[in-house]
Design a protein around this ligand. Structure first.
Ligand SMILES: [Zn+2]
Length: 200
């Protein structure tokens, strides 16, 4: 269950001496307050939605929303809205999402860098995850390395879901058959995306 909604935060209240209450005609008794609403999800504020002004006469308790305000109060309310700044924490969720995106991009870049190093200097035990041309995914395990080639043992299993490929990467799943692939060919398979991940 996702819990979400909106919440209002009080920003500022002012009681200008010139305002006249339309209900009891007292002067200087009308206080105007400005609130800013924000959307939240699991109580984490995401982003502000907008500001709202409300007035209340301290003498007769008459409450007015922006639409009901006479021109004089409306203008004072508008000005107060303009000068009240909402707190930055109302953006917390957006900031968190931003940090998450930046981190993901960084982590992905680091991952690619590591894979390029694995390609340049393969080691026994490296596992190449690859797409099968007819569909599905499987792995190859490096069992020997020479100057210009790697010798791999194919996985006897394949799997349809790319995210579940780790399930078939078990020592007992690898065949006794071993064949060589040139480093150039491996690099080409990686460049074309046929090999899409390397685990060490
Ligand atoms: Zn009043």
């Amino acid at each position: 269950m996702i819990i979400y909604g909106t919440k209002s935060v009080h920003l500022k209240t002012q009681q200008p001496p010139t305002l006249v209450c339309p209900s009891c005609a007292s002067q200087g008794t009308t206080a105007i307050s400005v609130f800013r609403k924000h959307a939240h999800i699991f109580w984490i504020p995401l982003f502000p939605i907008g500001k709202k002004g409300i007035s209340q006469c301290q003498h007769c308790s008459m409450v007015l929303w922006a639409k009901e305000m006479p021109e004089q109060i409306k203008r004072a309310c508008f000005n107060l809205k303009k000068e009240s700044k909402g707190p930055l924490w109302q953006f917390s969720g957006l900031v968190l999402i931003g940090i998450f995106i930046v981190f993901s991009i960084y982590a992905n870049g680091e991952d690619k860098k590591r894979e390029l190093e694995y390609l340049k200097a393969p080691q026994i035990g490296d596992v190449y995850e690859f797409k099968i041309k007819t569909g599905g995914y499987s792995t190859l395990k490096v069992v020997n390395v020479t100057n210009d080639s790697v010798y791999v043992s194919p996985n006897e299993y394949e799997i349809n879901k790319i995210s579940k490929i780790y399930r078939i990467d078990k020592p007992e799943n690898y065949s006794d058959i071993v064949y060589g692939i040139s480093n150039k060919q491996i690099q080409l398979m990686y460049n074309t995306g046929e090999i899409f991940d390397i685990n060490r």
